[in-house]
Design a binder for this molecule. Structure first.
Ligand SMILES: *[C@@H]1O[C@H](CO)[C@@H](O)[C@H](O)[C@H]1NC(C)=O
Ligand SMILES: *[C@@H]1O[C@H](CO)[C@@H](O)[C@H](O)[C@H]1NC(C)=O
Ligand SMILES: *[C@@H]1O[C@H](CO)[C@@H](O)[C@H](O)[C@H]1NC(C)=O
Ligand SMILES: *[C@@H]1O[C@H](CO)[C@@H](O)[C@H](O)[C@H]1NC(C)=O
Ligand SMILES: *[C@@H]1O[C@H](CO)[C@@H](O)[C@H](O)[C@H]1NC(C)=O
Ligand SMILES: [Zn+2]
Length: 473
């Protein structure tokens, strides 16, 4: 195994291309001749790529994805799973995609969670009165009608919670964990309530998962563990979490009154929204390009993930406007129920995986549509070498990076099953400032950055969909 990997590295990353390298995945002839041919084929798209870039960045489509995003999110607002707003959003998009003249516009039914926040309120009563800015976490239960009033145990980690387990009984546990990275720190949001409940807490408040705050709570999904009592849980701000930690350190007794009317209803009907440009030569083969249409119920969901959905639509519009039709079908999907754990995308995968051998490349943009740097890609050495050539077509806008690890809740299962996957690689340094908060609005977005993102998305998806061969896997 290790030997094969090493050879592959020498072949594709080192002095590529080398004649006679043994190729994994059975593509025995991906030697110098084959790769040169594909590289030449890709380079032949430089004129087309330039046309797409011109149209998106300087031409008639300048700022179109941004204007559409603003129109859409200002009109519909936030789009929580199971909400009327999400229904309106899907209807809006269905009509807009039809009006845009895209092909095979249709909705695919999906059942999604239906959690409603309801009224919520938290007040620190001791050592002094102070209103806490909170947002209940997705799937949380509510409190009794009269609320919960209890003393507070502040901890900084699960380790500290376990060490002080005997102090937690009957308390509201406040987690003041430092922000390391979203991927690592989000464990506290996902599991904090159940961990606190295991040691007898009556509620848990989680410091928001963000590196930056102007007293902003950032919500998100949480998971109750099986066979653990369910307790109400919400996020609080960095500022309040740190203040309570300081107070506790000084030996002050802290008491909080928490009231939440959160409630879960039976799963709701929803849809993944689909539009295509049907392939001219291999219509059954698919390059899938996507973002998610649902959001949290705060802000406008403009960044997460209105931007990703809108540049995916824009990519199809650009290709259509230029009168281009790739050999393979270019399929755009706007997923539903992503925030609850990729619910729409999982159901799509289960339904369509029967055709997995026809899925050439799956793409998702869900870490913001800020200044693009390139693409994050998952695939074998051969397909990576081809994608490197594709990215060279974006030299005119200097967006040529081919990073590791394509990612996206909505495309992961395809990649795990061996389908090459790509995510938009952007300067996401500010992404978590706004993520899942009231700050996620169109104001965060920039039309010029979105033009560039749209160009990258359109060039990559079009060229891969039009190459004579599917990407090796
Ligand atoms: C696109 O947006 C930029 C930045 O706001 C602005 O300078 C430019 O005039 C806009 N172009 C069009 C066609 O509206
Ligand atoms: C906003 O979107 C609606 C619905 O798609 C459309 O009818 C309207 O023309 C759009 N407005 C602008 C200014 O683009
Ligand atoms: C603190 O808030 C409680 C509950 O709203 C109220 O009854 C009490 O009077 C307040 N105390 C002070 C000192 O304002
Ligand atoms: C699988 O692909 C075939 C050929 O394109 C198509 O007719 C069929 O509807 C697809 N099935 C699913 C479940 O997508
Ligand atoms: C091109 O992008 C890279 C980073 O992606 C940056 O370091 C470099 O300065 C850029 N070059 C130009 C000419 O903008
Ligand atoms: Zn998202």
């Amino acid at each position: 195994m290790a030997v094969i990997v090493l050879l592959a590295l020498i072949c594709f990353i080192g002095v590529f291309p080398l004649n006679g390298c043994p190729i994994k995945n059975g593509l025995q002839d991906f030697h110098m001749g084959t790769f040169d041919k594909i590289a030449k084929e890709v380079a032949g798209y430089s004129d087309v790529a330039q046309k797409i870039i011109d149209l998106a960045v300087n031409g008639k489509a300048q700022n179109r994805s941004y204007e559409r995003l603003a129109n859409f999110t200002d009109t519909v607002g936030s789009r929580l799973s199971g909400s009327k707003n999400l229904d309106s959003a899907i209807q809006y998009m269905y009509n807009a995609l039809k009006q845009d003249g895209l092909e095979n516009v249709h909705l695919e039914p999906v059942k999604i969670p239906h959690w409603v926040r309801g009224e919520e309120f938290a007040m620190m009563l001791e050592p002094r009165n102070h209103t806490l800015s909170i947002l209940g976490l997705g799937s949380s239960i509510g409190t009794p009608k009269e609320g919960i009033t209890a003393g507070v145990l502040v901890v900084h980690s699960f380790d500290e919670l376990h060490k002080r387990a005997r102090e937690a009984k009957g308390k509201i546990v406040v987690f003041n964990q430092p922000f390391v990275s979203y991927g690592e720190t989000v464990t506290y949001r996902a599991l904090g309530a159940s961990e606190a409940a295991k040691v007898g807490a009556v509620a848990s408040l989680i410091r928001s998962i963000t590196p930056f705050s102007i007293n902003s709570p950032h919500t998100g999904w949480q998971d109750y563990q099986p066979n653990v009592p369910k307790i109400p849980t919400a996020c609080i701000t960095i500022e309040d979490a740190e203040m309570m930690a300081r107070m506790a350190h000084r030996g002050k007794k802290i008491v909080i009154h928490l009231k939440m009317a959160a409630k879960t209803f039976p799963d709701a009907d929803s849809f993944n929204t689909v539009a295509e440009i049907i392939g001219s030569k291999y219509p059954e083969q698919v390059v899938l390009i996507s973002g998610h249409l649902d959001s949290w119920d705060v802000g406008q969901g403009a960044m997460d993930d209105g931007g990703g959905a809108l540049i995916s639509w824009e990519a199809l519009s650009l290709i259509k406007d230029l009168g281009l039709r790739p050999k393979r079908t270019l399929r755009m999907v706007m997923w539903t129920g992503e925030e609850q754990g990729g619910i729409g995308a999982n159901q799509y995968y289960n339904l369509h995986k029967v055709n997995i051998s026809n899925f050439d490349l799956v793409m998702e943009s869900d870490t913001g549509t800020f200044t693009p740097l390139g693409i994050e890609f998952t695939g074998n050495g051969e397909s990576r070498a081809i994608m490197k050539e594709v990215m060279k077509l974006l030299q005119p806008i200097n967006v040529t990076e081919l990073a590791d690890r394509g990612e996206g809740t909505d495309i992961n299962m395809w990649m795990e099953a061996g389908v090459p996957g790509a995510s938009l690689h952007v300067d996401s340094s500010r992404y978590f400032y706004f993520h899942h908060s009231d700050g996620d609005t169109v104001t965060v977005q920039n039309p010029i950055q979105m033009n560039l993102c749209s160009a990258v998305w359109a060039v990559v998806s079009y060229v891969v969909a039009d190459l004579e061969e599917m990407l090796p896997r």
